[in-house]
Design a protein around this ligand. Structure first.
Ligand SMILES: Nc1nc2c(ncn2[C@@H]2O[C@H](COP(=O)(O)OP(=O)(O)OP(=O)(O)O)[C@@H](O)[C@H]2O)c(=O)[nH]1
Ligand SMILES: [Mg+2]
Ligand SMILES: [Zn+2]
Length: 371
């Protein structure tokens, strides 16, 4: 890792790693200028590697752990944290620095945690741009892309779709056009990690101190792109077996500094992809449908054969892909379902709390009556 303090002031190092007034203000507000701050650049089973005013491995304080109400409260790659005690190398050192504070996030990539009904998992924090990577061989699936885009809009970063492996595809422009017509409002860039095609078009997103996360299914070439962009073999790339099926290669999330100064976060492929947020993220992904809906005759139009429906009109005239409309409906339904699950769990929690309070109250009366 090339995060070194030599030849630069601590402030310059922080800024190189993405520090901005947004974080400086929080630090001032918290009155913690005494505490060194650093960015989480790697996460492995509860241990975090940080770089900044201090460098090394740290873990979270008992208080942070105790106060956490969700997995999302724990630090994630890209987070800014305040650290007590000197972090030490190597990772398994008996004494580690302790994360005292995690600063509020400017943006996140998050999804509903796999397997757990009502928890949110943060995949990366404080990202400017997200490269949603897909491959032109077998992975191309517009519905899945729309799902990824919903996750990105929800987290407050800017999505860019990368169609990787253009070397395997005869008609690149045709393929890109098809995706463009399905996904208006998003940059779609055809690239090849193998041959290097199209990478120049990524330059506007790869400016110094900008943070870019790569997300997408396993095997689409996220790590290969990171490798190509760093021009080193920092990330292990999976080599396809004869059956053409990729295995999961990247197992942890890591932030890597490119020679040009951009900060890349490689992530492992995601199997379950449940958006977490609310309707506005879906609306952002389907901006065209939302705009059409404004022209429907009735304000509560269900866009399902209702009279004067502009959305149905667009489908009929071939301006809107019916599959896109279908997926829009499906994502809205899923979000509503998740929301109900969360409400139920919150209600159960409140009930539990009330019971506890009543029990405590009764004990109090009992003690009073006895004395
Ligand atoms: N032909 C071709 N193959 C590529 C390209 N990019 C990546 N690959 C191959 O695709 C396979 C998977 O690449 P990875 O970079 O490991 O994929 P990944 O997205 O990081 O996968 P996970 O880490 O499992 O999420 C490897 O065999 C790569 O060599 C490309 O542009 N063209
Ligand atoms: Mg990988
Ligand atoms: Zn309508």
């Amino acid at each position: 890792m090339s995060f070194r303090l030599r030849f630069a002031s601590a402030r310059q190092v922080l800024e190189r790693l993405g520090w901005s007034p947004f974080f400086e203000d929080q630090r001032t507000r918290l009155g913690r200028n005494d505490l060194p701050f650093a960015r989480v650049i790697e996460e492995q089973r509860g241990a975090y590697r940080v770089a900044g005013e201090l460098t090394g491995w740290v873990e979270v304080s008992g208080r942070l752990r105790h106060e956490a109400t969700s997995t999302a409260d724990f630090p994630a790659v890209g987070d800014w944290v305040g650290i007590r005690g000197a972090p030490l190398e190597p990772r398994d050192a008996s004494e580690r620095g302790i994360v005292e504070i995690r600063l509020e996030r400017r943006s996140t990539v998050a999804r509903a945690a796999a397997g757990r009904a009502v928890d949110r998992q943060v995949i990366a924090a404080n990202v400017d741009t997200i490269f949603v990577v897909t491959a032109l061989d077998r992975d191309l699936n517009p519905r899945r892309l729309e799902r990824y885009l919903t996750i990105v809009w929800e987290g407050g970063a800017l999505p860019v779709v990368l169609l990787n492996k253009v070397d395997l595809c005869g008609e690149i422009e045709h393929a890109c056009e098809r995706v463009r017509s399905r996904l208006p409002f998003v940059d779609i860039i055809g690239v090849s990690a193998l041959r290097g095609d199209g990478l120049g078009a990524l330059a506007p997103y790869l400016r110094p101190s900008q943070t870019i996360a790569l997300i997408g299914s396993s095997g689409v070439g996220k790590s290969a792109l990171v490798n190509r962009l760093t021009a080193t073999e920092r990330q292990r790339v999976n080599h396809l077996d004869g059956d053409g099926k990729g295995r999961h290669t990247t197992t942890s999330r890591q932030l890597i500094e490119l020679p040009g100064g951009a900060l890349l976060i490689d992530t492992p492929g995601m199997r379950e992809l449940q958006p977490w947020g609310d309707v506005s993220a879906v609306e952002a992904t389907f901006d065209d449908i939302a705009a059409l809906a404004l022209q429907c005759r009735f304000g509560d139009c269900g866009h399902d054969g209702d009279p004067g429906c502009a959305v149905c009109g667009a489908v009929d005239s071939g301006r809107l892909d019916p599959d896109r409309l279908d997926n829009y409906r499906r994502l809205l339904r899923e979000l509503a379902f998740e929301q109900r699950k969360r409400d139920k769990s919150a209600a159960a929690g409140a009930k539990r709390q009330l019971k506890q309070m009543m029990r405590a109250q009764k004990a109090l009366y009992r003690d009073r009556d006895r004395s």
